[in-house]
Write a protein that binds this ligand. Structure first.
Ligand code: KIV
Ligand code: ZN
Length: 524
């Protein structure tokens, strides 16, 4: 039967709604926090990718989250913009306020329904949970026509109680019913059974969209999501690169390509522009500083690399021998060799657009172009990966309180290293000299001297962006303060400069995060 959806109109039975939660479930996991402008940039990329719904954040969580949802609602056009809310009126009203500027909006409200969560987390009786569902969905419907209700820990919920809870949500006006596998415990057969049971038994089930939201603790999130489609779900929730709480969420790129590659098993349609997948994945890696592993399906560096002689031979004869989808169908281009020191601004700007950075303002373009020229003078060949690393330094970042200006180090085998560092702090240039056990230690001590703080260093890693000796070093610095974790990235042909840039980036993120208040009882 065709469903009339408040935001999507008449829904063909084989249309699958792609709901992206990179900016909410993904962003709330340790190390993945993003600044306001990074979130907006990511939301624009998700719109270009063609997702149907962007879950932009959890407005009650902090002023930052509220501002992110509101700004995305004001500026990003195309997808429905969604905000998360627990079942309390305060959460729902705050979400509604943040979403008000959106062309099309959705309020997503949730409460736990499993015996374990109701008893220990909510300390509520099941009947009180049913009342809370009715009240919260009713209130949400007063603020939006499109309301999603989620049964947190749904896959560990008694099926009879789940049917009652879903019935209460539908009666109160929910238009999408989501059954999350919050702790990643379910196996595909569970998902198939849960969705078909709900669709068979719950009155009104034929007028709503069922949705799957699977976590990857057993590595089954994508398989579970496909099984949910078999059971009748027509919305899939997930995140780019599969980021999210703990082991992450269902990976959007994987589930979409599974549907596209196997229409014989999953003959559904969706609105994703698959050639935009890679650039969206890369933008997220650039913003968060977490590269995907080389063997990651679809977007990993090796996903389309054929190493063994037998495979290469087969590929030369007919690519279909070892390739189930073409690299260009997900955005891989043949050549990674890009610009040189004679390339002009127009070519540079085109390359940025191709890499998924969209149109950038003139000031930022000038700064990025200056840095590109500087890099091209120092490095024989500038690859796409170099440009991605460089853009991270200039284009993606927000206005930061602390910025790196200059660094000189003396180091060697004879004794402590010394770093002379200049930072600009709130617009004022300040310098310090510090000694340390090695040049990186000396540089980090100089940063602490110029901007004293209590955060501890939880991780420091260095990798080469490309394989040559003049490669840029890409550093990640993780800082920890009162249970908060932030990651910063830097890239430069000088490893110590790169480390200092990464530290300063992390510090700026920490300053933003200090203002955040984590909501109680939020899970997954
Ligand atoms: O995993 C989960 O249960 C969630 C809900 C808030 C939808 O993320
Ligand atoms: Zn989740």
């Amino acid at each position: 039967m065709t469903i009339q959806h408040p935001n999507f109109g008449a829904m063909a039975p084989d249309r699958v709604i792609i709901f992206d939660t990179t900016l909410r479930d993904g962003e709330q996991s340790p190390g993945f926090s993003m600044t306001l402008s990074e979130k907006v940039r990511m939301a624009e990329a998700l719109a270009e990718l063609g997702v149907d719904v962007i879950e932009a954040g959890f407005p009650i969580a902090s002023n930052d989250d509220f501002a992110a949802v509101k700004t995305i609602a004001e500026t990003v056009r195309g997808p429905v913009i969604c905000g998360l809310a627990r079942s309390s009126p305060g959460d729902i009203v705050r979400a509604a306020e943040a979403l008000r500027p959106a062309e099309r909006r959705r309020i997503h409200t949730f409460i736990s329904t499993s015996p374990l969560h109701m008893k220990f987390k909510l300390r509520m009786e099941p009947e009180a949970v049913l009342d809370a569902i009715t009240a919260s969905v009713t209130l949400a419907r007063n603020h939006a026509d499109d309301v999603e209700w989620s049964a947190e820990d749904g896959t560990r919920t008694d099926i009879d109680f789940l049917c009652r809870a879903v019935e209460a949500a539908i009666r109160a006006g929910a238009t999408t019913i989501n059954v999350p596998d919050t702790v990643g415990y379910a196996v595909p057969e569970d998902l198939r059974r849960i969705f078909s049971t709900l669709r068979e038994r719950v009155p009104g089930a034929d007028a709503v969209i069922f949705s799957a939201h699977n976590h990857n603790d057993l590595g089954l999130a994508v398989a579970n999501t496909l099984a949910a489609l078999d059971g009748g779900a027509r919305q899939v929730e997930g995140a780019i690169n599969g980021i999210g709480e703990r082991a992450g969420n269902c990976s959007i790129e994987e589930v979409v390509m599974a549907m596209r590659t196997r229409p014989d098993s999953y003959g559904f349609s969706n609105g994703i522009e698959t050639p935009n997948i890679l650039k969206t994945s890369r933008l997220l890696s650039t913003i968060t500083g977490f590269d995907v592993q080389p063997n990651k399906a679809i977007v990993g560096r090796n996903a389309f690399a054929h190493e063994s002689g037998i495979h290469q031979d087969g590929m030369l004869k007919n690519a279909a021998t070892y390739e189930i989808m073409t690299p260009d169908s997900v955005g891989w281009t043949k050549s990674n060799l890009v610009l040189g020191k004679h390339s002009g601004r127009a070519a540079f700007r085109d390359k940025l657009v191709q890499l998924g950075y969209g149109e950038i303002g003139d000031n930022r373009l000038n700064e990025a172009f200056r840095r590109f020229k500087d890099l091209a003078d120092r490095k024989k060949t500038v690859f796409e990966d170099d440009i991605i690393a460089l853009i991270d330094e200039t284009v993606v970042r927000d206005h930061e309180r602390v910025s790196f200006e200059e660094l000189e180090v003396r180091s060697g085998s004879k004794g402590p290293s010394t770093a002379d560092l200049v930072l600009s702090i709130d617009g004022v240039r300040r310098s310090a000299r510090a000694q340390g056990d090695g040049p990186v230690d000396a540089a980090f001590r100089a940063i602490r001297e110029l901007f004293p703080h209590e955060a501890t260093l939880a991780l420091f890693s260095v990798g080469a962006v490309t394989p040559e000796t003049d490669a840029q070093a890409r550093c990640t610095v993780r800082l920890q303060e009162n249970g908060r974790l932030v990651d910063g990235q830097g890239a430069d042909t000088d490893t110590v400069v790169s480390a200092a840039l990464a530290y300063v980036h992390a510090l700026n993120k920490l300053l933003v995060k200090r203002e955040r208040r984590e909501p109680e009882a939020l899970s997954a």
